[in-house]
Design a protein around this ligand. Sequence first.
Ligand code: DAH
Length: 343
Amino acid sequence: MINFDEVLAEAKQRLADIHENSKLVELKAKYLGGSSVVKQAFKDLKDLPKEEKGNFGQRINIFKNTLESLFEEKEKELEEEQIKSKLEKEKCDITLPGNTYDFGAKHPCQIIIDELTDFFIGMGYKVAEGNEVDLDLFNFELVNIPKDHPSRDMQDSFYISDNLLLRSQTSGVQAHVMQEAKGQGPIKIICPGKTYRRDDDDLTHSHQFSQCEGLVISEKASMGNLMKTLDLMAKHIFGEKREVRFRPSFFPFTEPSIEVDVSCFECQGKGCDICKHTGWIEILGAGMVHPEVLRLNGFDPDIYQGFAFGIGIERLAMLKFGIDDIRKLFNSDITFLGQFRKE
Ligand code: DAH
């Protein structure tokens, strides 16, 4: 006959040695499963005389319940152990500093382009898009620079074929826009974009740079409008205190032509190295659109007149931010570019 106390003592001991779920399942089957001691005890019960059955039956039930609760306890214990070790393993220190990611910065030239675009859109201009690869016809001929014109010398540059080149100036956009307008004004556009020219690469020159072209055509556009516009633009970029000076100049596509200087931001016009002791710094070329350019592009110069300007973006960026070498704008030095990050 089964000795309940002995079996219970043995079960307790074996349970104490178990630390894995699979072992516990095996042991449980042995004590409480199909061919377990408990099952055997119930079989023995059948063969007992009637008067002993009640007492023995009660003891089996107690034995079975005790075993069941021992296993239940062990199951809980293992579960808790597992949770504990999982927590231990997956512990994270929430006081550690997080990962930091550097944000990029706007390129200084892009800052200038955005400021110019903001300014001119506020004045009612639209932004036109041009092609960086253009026909000789648009880049030169339609802006009054015929094949043998000496002003080509400074710009004759990167040809793809006899008639196709990387544009040397954004002025060709003037011709595209006028042709699209089919002789009907008004036109009021700017076009910021890249240009390419045979230039020595040095502190202030690069074979690739950016310009912002401007073109206004209407029946009344005047030199006065042009001068006021450029004065406001210079103050928008360089601050209210900047003074603006206009000098006569020559461009094949404008007549009269002017060049525009701003008073030196470094010495306030007194004279220093930056302004080469003149007190002034040149920022752009401009003028009244040459009647021949109007005619060549389908506008009647007896009805329409216009003004145009071409701003050097790198030049403005260098002046505004005090950059001493144009090459810094092109060599992707993160330390340099990071200075333009807005916190
Ligand atoms: N295209 C000229 C250059 O690259 C700049 C320029 C001067 C543009 C006068 C203009 C202008 O529209 O009127 O040097």
